[in-house]
Design a binder for this molecule. Structure first.
Ligand SMILES: Cc1ncc(COP(=O)(O)O)c(C=O)c1O
Length: 277
């Protein structure tokens, strides 16, 4: 079943109510993570929770639980929800207080949802997806996994309106990442992706894929590339917790490579899946 958790209590998702003065609700004053659970095992959970701690630290928010306590809590939630293949959403906010911008004298809130996993079909992985290029209109601290996702949501909706799976964002003439994914281009067997600086989220899947690439002897250059480079790439792909490694086969009106997922993408996805078991 789908279960929710808020400040110490597990409840069925439809019966959980968040107080109106919760700062996540009013300000988006918080950080979050999404963790995928495969066959009862939360995948790369430690890495996600360490990033959650880092995001919290970056916005000067004290974590209400340690990483170890969060791991236990997620385990308890999965048992209670009786889920094997799941998606866990964890959110920490600056708590519940009368609405004033400056930090309140309040304890942080933690909320969580645990739902059956929404996985992409094998058909989607086999065909790849179309993406659209859009201006990156986000703030300057994209490495923080903050609740403030308005620019990401608007980009994703524009992508959807254009019949695309994802918006690939461009800032100052360079591709940064997708609205909810990291982005890559492959040229002459070399994988290019934006460096992990403040302009992108340091994807947990990205780190895993770079590791897998190193082990497979595939060269990776963490270098920003232009939209033109992407359009003329041999292959391209995006990664995320929910999308794994997913080929981009079309960017707006331009077909990438052969229009089918290429050998580098396929190899990286296969090797990535070996990590999951
Ligand atoms: C903006 C952005 N970039 C990249 C990613 C991929 O990160 P991860 O692989 O940790 O899911 C996400 C995930 O939600 C994201 O929101």
């Amino acid at each position: 079943m789908t279960l929710a958790f808020f400040n110490g209590e597990f409840l069925p998702i439809d019966s959980l109510v968040i107080p109106i003065d919760e700062r996540g609700h009013q300000f988006g004053d918080g950080v979050y993570e999404v963790i995928k659970v495969y066959d009862g095992k939360p995948f790369l959970m430690r890495e996600h929770l360490v990033r959650l701690e880092n995001s919290a630290k970056a916005i000067r928010l004290e974590m209400p639980y340690t990483v170890e306590q969060l791991e236990e809590l997620i385990g308890e939630g999965l048992t209670r929800a009786d889920l094997r293949d799941a998606q866990v959403y964890v959110q920490i906010t600056r708590g519940i207080a009368v609405r004033l911008h400056a930090f309140p004298d309040a304890s942080p809130s933690i909320s969580m949802t645990l739902r059956p996993a929404k996985s992409l079909s094998e058909e989607t992985f086999n065909t790849g997806v179309k993406v659209t290029l859009l201006e990156d209109e986000r703030w300057l601290n994209c490495y923080i996994k903050s609740l403030n996702l308005l620019a990401n949501i608007l980009a994703k909706q524009t992508a959807s309106d254009r019949g695309c799976f994802e918006a690939v964002l461009v800032r100052d003439g360079y591709v940064t990442e997708g609205s909810s994914t990291n982005a890559y281009a492959v040229k002459d067997g070399v994988v290019y992706t934006h460096p992990a600086n403040k302009r992108i989220l340091h994807g947990i899947t990205r780190a895993a894929v770079l590791q897998v690439a190193a082990e497979a002897g595939i060269e990776v250059r963490e270098e920003a590339f232009t939209p033109e480079f992407l359009l003329s790439a041999d292959e391209a792909f995006i990664t995320s917790t929910t999308s794994e490694v997913l080929a981009i086969t079309q960017v707006d009106d331009t077909v990438i490579g052969t229009g089918r997922p290429g050998p580098v993408v396929n190899q990286l996805h296969a090797k990535f899946r070996e990590l999951i078991v």
